[in-house]
Design a protein around this ligand. Structure first.
Ligand SMILES: Nc1ncnc2c1ncn2[C@@H]1O[C@H](COP(=O)(O)OP(=O)(O)OP(=O)(O)O)[C@@H](O)[C@H]1O
Length: 705
């Protein structure tokens, strides 16, 4: 009973595996060979493909027919030789035989050529079809969130061509071999029905065993493809991160990772070789048995009967031989079909995943994006793509042209995610997002995107059709302080490995040049000046400001506040607040004051500081230390007001700072500040800037370095 259940189960499994395989085949072949969906291939192209396919079938049939004809001619030729009567007849028959062989040779060559051409045409179409899917609706980006889909790049670059070439080879060879087997079985039937019947039985058994062997090979092939893709990825990963690995001297760890993956590939290859050995032995033995059988049956018949001529025996042996070869080839094709089915499965899975990521699921809520002439969030709740985490809740704000917005907040709170939402990359959540068309918005990420191309293409990206003269481009390079770049390269039209030869700061300046070329209405900058010094940063922001674009920036530096009117602060638990830049500065200054008022007792290690300026200034209590108690009355009368501190932070009205003002900007006590001033030491304040005390008796103020 239990055995019966297991058998039923395995039959069910085999059926569902075949059904799945058939579905995959249909998904990949239908759009090319039998397009039913509107907007598919042009009818004339489909007819052309079928025309070539029909020609191929006709040629294969001609080859098989000619081979059969040649077997009769060879039979006749043998009989003419044995008769030893008519030499002219012998020469004529030989000429016909040679002509037949010549024709077969030419036809076989043409069959191979046509098979490859059809496969190539199909490959070209299939590649375009999948690339179109990959680049539509930013599927290439969204597919990265599908963790179950490995190595899309390998699927694209290495696994499409084998599908078409294997499919065509399989079809052409199988058709030829099945026809050959059919023809030779008929010939054998005409000579000896017994031989023909035995061969048919033999074929059925052989094919069943062949299919069993192939199934296991299919599994190994599928596994091997995945393992090879992982191995390739590990090597590409090293190439992409060569500099970081070199800095860390992480070679041995990288080799370990690559070795681990390579060993998996090797183990899988070993298993495959084992199975291929069994398949090959079976195949050879199976063919050899057919040849022996033919002699075992025909030998006694020839000895005991006058009906069978010697030529017929020869023809029957040849037919049985060709039949055996055809069968062997057919079984070999089943073997290679394992790799084919793995490729088909992976491509169909990839195509399905691309469709899925671009489809908006009815069950999942998404942020509605509408185009407008300004940017606004209306009650937007944004979540991570898999709806696992809420980034910001009920956000409502409007950015009108000319009134830039700076997004601030601790790391990981969702600043970049908001930019992704504006670009439409992330849409999980609720609410309405109004934004100008994306052609009017330019995004500058922290690590600029450097394309593979010439300097001209770099500067004009993404405006591929924009024309700019060399003089205009030189002026552009000067504007972003990259004028030296031209002396390092051979003009604007040479391709260079830009990513390796430009520093991160230079790449960021290059990205700014693109904004100046594109002149978008809105520029979205995600810490796009993080690698630049203050001078370069100021220069670039001023250039952008002159181009009348409206900024939406993510950044931490105080220096970029001046280029924005509003600050959006993201804080804990998906909360947010929107303030004008002035109000934000006041609020922060007040918070600083409150903190410094609370810290009326600060422990400072003066002795160690004096010996080594690099040592931390606030140290654990077990270090040699002096405890300075700040009398509370020292703070109140001279305490600057919030507005005054905001001015200090923005550095608009007050150019030099007094000790008291400096105290409000740091966590230090007044006496520490005085002592640092007299020692000529600088102070790093909480606004991120360094201050230095000018001891000139006419100045006596702290200044920003
Ligand atoms: N592809 C992703 N899938 C799921 N969660 C993600 C993904 N990318 C980022 N996150 C998560 O979303 C949250 C917000 O990330 P985001 O990059 O927006 O932060 P951020 O404020 O810009 O940080 P930082 O200042 O460090 O750049 C983080 O918790 C991060 O782990």
């Amino acid at each position: 009973m239990a055995k019966q259940v297991i058998q039923d189960q395995s039959i069910l499994n085999a059926t569902s595996t075949f059904a799945k395989f058939w579905q995959n085949i249909k998904a990949i072949t239908e759009p090319y060979w039998y397009p039913t969906k509107p907007g598919g291939r042009a009818f004339s192209d489909v007819i052309r493909a079928w025309g070539m396919m029909t020609l191929l079938i006709v040629l294969i049939m001609a080859v098989v027919g000619l081979n059969a004809f040649n077997s009769f001619v060879s039979n006749y030729l043998v009989d003419v030789i044995i008769e030893k009567e008519d030499f002219t007849k012998f020469v004529e028959t030989l000429a016909v035989f040679a002509l037949g062989l010549l024709l077969v040779t030419l036809l076989v060559g043409f069959v191979k050529f046509l098979t490859k051409r059809i496969a190539l045409d199909w490959y070209e179409w299939l590649n375009d079809w999948i690339l179109e899917k990959y680049f539509s609706e930013r599927a290439y980006y969204r597919i990265n969130f599908k963790s179950d889909l490995d190595n899309p790049d390998q699927r694209l670059s290495q696994e499409i061509e084998p599908i078409t070439s294997n499919a065509l080879n399989f079809l052409a060879t199988s058709l030829e071999k099945v026809l050959e087997m059919g023809t030779f079985i008929v010939i054998l039937w005409s000579i000896s029905q017994l031989v023909a019947l035995i061969l048919v039985g033999w074929t059925i058994v052989g094919n069943l065993i062949g299919i069993y062997l192939t199934q296991e090979l299919n599994k190994i092939n599928q596994e091997e493809l995945e393992l090879k893709a992982n191995y390739n990825y590990a090597i590409t990963h090293v190439r992409n991160h060569a500099e970081s690995i070199a800095f860390f001297k992480g070679e041995s760890q990288e080799i370990n990772i690559i070795d681990r993956r390579f060993n998996s590939v090797l183990n899988s290859a070993k298993r495959k070789i084992d199975w291929e050995r069994s398949t090959e032995i079976f195949n050879r033995g199976y063919q050899a048995a057919i040849q022996v059988f033919t002699f075992i049956i025909l030998g006694p018949l020839y000895f005991n009967s006058d009906d069978l001529t010697f030529g017929q025996v020869g023809q029957a042996c040849l037919a049985a031989n060709l039949f055996a070869n055809a069968l062997g080839e057919l079984i070999r094709q089943f073997g290679t079909s394992g790799r084919f089915s793995s490729y088909v499965e992976r491509l169909s899975e990839f195509s399905e995943a691309l469709e899925e990521v671009t489809k908006n699921s009815d069950n999942l809520s998404t942020i509605k994006i509408l185009e407008d002439n300004h940017l606004a969030f209306e009650n937007v709740t944004l979540q991570t793509p898999n709806y696992e985490q809420v980034i910001v809740e009920n956000l409502s704000l409007t950015v009108t042209p000319g009134a830039g917005l700076l997004i601030v907040g601790p790391s990981g709170r969702g600043k970049s995610s908001l930019l992704r939402a504006i670009a439409g990359l992330w849409s999980a959540g609720t609410g309405i997002l109004l934004r100008p068309p994306l052609e009017e918005v330019l995004f500058l990420p922290q690590r600029p995107y450097i394309i593979l191309g010439t300097l001209r293409e770099q500067l004009l990206y993404p405006n591929e059709h924009l024309e700019k003269t060399d003089t205009e481009l030189i002026a552009l390079l000067q504007t972003v302080n990259l004028q030296n770049l031209l002396s390092r390269v051979d003009g604007f039209d040479t391709e260079m490995p830009w990513e390796n030869m430009l520093s991160l700061g230079e790449q960021q300046r290059l990205a700014f040049a693109r904004v100046l070329v594109t002149r978008p209405r809105f520029t979205i900058l995600d810490e796009a000046t993080s690698a630049l010094d203050l001078n370069n940063e100021n220069n670039l922001y001023q250039q952008l400001q002159a181009s009348q674009t409206t900024f939406i920036s993510v950044g931490h530096r105080e220096s970029i506040f001046d280029y924005h009117q509003w600050v959006l602060e993201l804080s804990q638990d998906s909360h947010w607040q929107l303030l004008t830049v002035q109000d934000y500065r006041r609020q922060k200054a007040k918070e600083m004051m409150d903190i410094s008022a609370d810290n009326s007792q600060i422990t400072i290690d003066i002795s160690s500081n004096e010996q080594s300026p690099l040592k931390p200034e606030i140290v654990p209590l077990d270090h040699p230390q002096i405890t300075i108690d700040i009398p509370s009355d020292e703070q109140s009368p001279t305490e600057p007001q919030p507005e005054e501190i905001a001015d200090i932070v923005s550095n608009k009205t007050i150019v030099g700072l007094s000790h008291t003002q400096m105290k409000a900007l740091t966590n230090y006590s007044l006496s520490t500040i005085r002592s640092r001033a007299s020692l000529g030491k600088s102070i790093k304040a909480t606004d991120g800037c360094t201050y230095y005390y000018n001891k000139d008796k006419n100045v006596l103020k702290w200044f920003r370095v």
